[in-house]
Write a protein that binds this ligand. Structure first.
Ligand SMILES: Cc1cc2nc3c(=O)[nH]c(=O)nc-3n(C[C@H](O)[C@H](O)[C@H](O)COP(=O)(O)OP(=O)(O)OC[C@H]3O[C@@H](n4cnc5c(N)ncnc54)[C@H](O)[C@@H]3O)c2cc1C
Length: 592
């Protein structure tokens, strides 16, 4: 029998609050039980959940947003790993030692050496594990700060995030792992002697939920979307845009600290040097890895473009206007699928010749031509006399059309977080364990030191996500397993993301429609299955980036949950909200 029942838990803790029946009914908490609770449905959380389930544990994932994915779904360039089966197949020589050295050097040796050792020694196995659960990692690119090409990504250079979350989600569904979305964890219960579970609240109904568990995995991501928290540690970042999703507010770090966990490196916050500012879109460093260069408004290069993110951010902020252009050619566009998405989002300026491109961005054409000629000579000679660049020099820039994307730094990654050991166990400041508490991914600190290398975060969430799942289930299963008990229909509803009691009458298939947005056309593609609207993908839009991300993140799940386009517009983004609802409505009309 499934152990779900209703208790008046606030009455237990606060007897005076239960004086009338009316008051007590608002304080009812739904109580559930699991072996392992995972807080956060991003890459680290879903990975931990799969491993804990496969070890025999009953797992519940709790995600505060209306859907899983977190920052992971936004990740672009890839996942770093050394001595992998994929590198071997592609004839790439690399070593765990070089990976360790690069990670420590990139992190200015502030990294925890033990965590980095485990991280680099287990990366190849993480790649094989991902491939074994259906992930496409057929491509390997050069990344900034890496001695050898080791950034693994889907074939054809597609962005890694969406493919990764899709793969992990499919595995979660196949295993029927309970996932409560739109549910915010507010407290980790228990003490430093033994964790007893979590308390959460359903964001829609305000229903309180208590989940009892012997192990809790904190996988809530970082805090780069919480300006108040990051400026507490780094006042100089006030006013920077963020590349993160709105849920990256550091909740897990705050809750773990309240329980007695130690925190490390909280002031180590990374800006990404190449963020397109109007849409807060990160331009992956694999564009530079494939041969792109930086040019400033005078048409000159000013740095080795393959240096680490902290150095490049500082160099860009020294340029006129505090921005740079990333310049590349048609050959590079042809070799990197992700560029097409950037073109569709109108982030790329194109010129059929250097002269035409220079005119479009008001750069002196002769200066730009001379910079490109000098760079092409450096590529031919395999020697960059000006800035000493050594990687990303396999292709010159000679095939028209030519392209630029204008970028500047944005707050991107929080290296600090909860103190853990190589078992992903959470430690107090004195280094002793908190029994039953685990952390993985961006919520944990110590792997990246003072600066994270591109590709190391996605590697981190898989390597330590797996470890957190394995170790948390090991502990919980000492008390037997709850796996195999049935879900209630209410939970099934939360997993599917569709309100109970609705009738699905649409014709199955995919449909596309366009509506007028704030700045131009907005096109969506919807999928209908079993009569219900199951997914909405925005294919093309010209809306303002950070605001539109909020519209996408909040409105799409609401439309799907209620199977209705009659939703309240997102405050501050009325026109974009209405355009999205109109496009979905037009697409649904085709499905009638
Ligand atoms: C635009 C962008 C591009 C990137 N590209 C790369 C790349 O190419 N390679 C790379 O290595 N790294 C990249 N990174 C960094 C990397 O994506 C992240 O560090 C990593 O995905 C974090 O994973 P995570 O599982 O720890 O957290 P997330 O994926 O952020 O997941 C955490 C989840 O926890 C949920 N949550 C938070 N608080 C609560 C709560 N109280 N209750 C319930 N749920 C909660 C959040 O809503 C979220 O879904 C990129 C980051 C960004 C923003």
């Amino acid at each position: 029998m499934k152990k779900i029942f209703i208790v008046l838990f606030s009455c237990i803790f606060l007897l005076t609050a239960c004086s009338t029946a009316e008051e007590s009914s608002t304080n009812k908490a739904q109580v559930m039980e699991a072996d392992v609770v995972v807080i956060g449905g991003g890459g680290a959380g879903l990975t931990a959940a799969i491993e804990a389930h496969d070890a025999g544990a009953k797992v519940i994932v709790v995600e505060k947003m209306p859907f899983v994915g977190g920052n992971t779904v936004r990740s672009k360039g890839g996942l770093n790993a050394a001595e992998t089966s994929v590198q071997k197949k592609l004839g790439i020589n690399d070593s765990v030692e070089a990976f360790y050295k690069d990670t420590m050097e990139g992190g200015k040796n502030l990294n925890d050496p033990e965590l980095v050792k485990y991280f680099t020694e287990n990366s190849a196995e993480a790649v094989d594990w991902l491939i074994s659960i259906g992930m496409d990692l057929g491509d390997v690119a050069a990344g900034a700060g890496a001695t050898n090409p080791r950034m693994h990504r889907p074939t054809g250079g597609k962005d890694i995030g969406a493919v990764l979350i899709d793969t992990l989600s499919k595995n979660i569904k196949e295993r029927k792992i309970e996932t409560l979305v739109n549910t915010t964890v507010t407290e980790i219960t228990g003490s430093t002697d033994q964790i007893t579970g979590i308390k959460a609240v359903d964001n829609n109904t305000k229903q309180e939920i208590q989940i009892k568990a012997d192990s809790v995995v904190v996988a809530t991501g970082g805090f780069a979307a919480n300006e108040k928290l990051y400026t507490k540690y780094r006042e100089d970042l006030k006013g920077f845009i963020t590349t993160n999703h709105t849920g990256a507010t550091g909740d897990g770090i705050i809750m773990a600290e309240a329980l007695g966990a130690g925190l490390v490196d909280m002031e180590q916050i990374q800006t990404n040097p190449t963020v397109e500012q109007s849409k807060a879109e990160v331009i992956s460093e694999s564009v530079r890895g494939l041969g792109a260069i930086f040019v400033n408004q005078s048409g000159n290069r000013f740095t080795n473009e393959m240096l680490t993110r902290d150095v490049l951010s500082a160099k860009i902020l020294e340029q006129e206007g505090k921005y740079t252009y990333i310049l590349f050619d048609q050959q590079l566009r042809d070799s990197m699928g992700a560029i097409e998405g950037l073109v569709k989002k109108n982030l790329v300026t194109e010129g059929n010749s250097i002269e035409e491109l220079a005119a479009k961005i008001s750069i002196d054409a002769a200066s730009l031509q001379s910079t490109i000629d000098r760079w092409n000579t450096a590529v031919a000679n395999k020697k960059d006399e000006d800035y000493g660049r050594e990687t990303g020099m396999d292709n010159n820039l000679s095939k028209a059309p030519y392209y630029v994307i204008k970028v500047a730094p944005g707050v991107h990654h929080t290296m600090g977080g909860i103190k853990i050991n190589t078992n992903a166990e959470v430690l107090k400041s004195d280094g002793t364990k908190i029994n039953g508490l685990y952390a993985a991914g961006e919520a944990a600190g110590g792997v990246h030191g003072a600066n994270r290398l591109g590709g190391n975060a996605v590697a981190d969430i898989i390597i330590y996500g797996r470890q957190a799942g394995i170790k948390s289930s090991e502990l919980a299963l000492k008390n037997g397993s709850l796996l195999g008990e049935q879900s209630t229909s209410e939970e099934a509803e939360k997993v599917s993301g569709i309100k109970e009691g609705l009738v699905g009458n649409y014709k199955d298939g995919t449909y596309s429609a366009t509506a007028k947005g704030n700045n131009g056309d907005l096109t969506v593609e919807i999928a209908v299955k079993d009569g219900f609207l199951q997914s909405i993908e925005v294919k093309d839009y010209s809306e303002t980036g950070p605001i539109f991300s909020t519209v996408e993140e909040q409105l799409i799940p609401a439309i799907i949950y209620e199977q209705s386009t009659e939703q309240d517009a997102i405050s501050g983004a009325t026109n974009s909200s209405q355009a999205l609802m109109e496009a979905v409505k037009l697409a649904l009309e085709q499905a009638k």
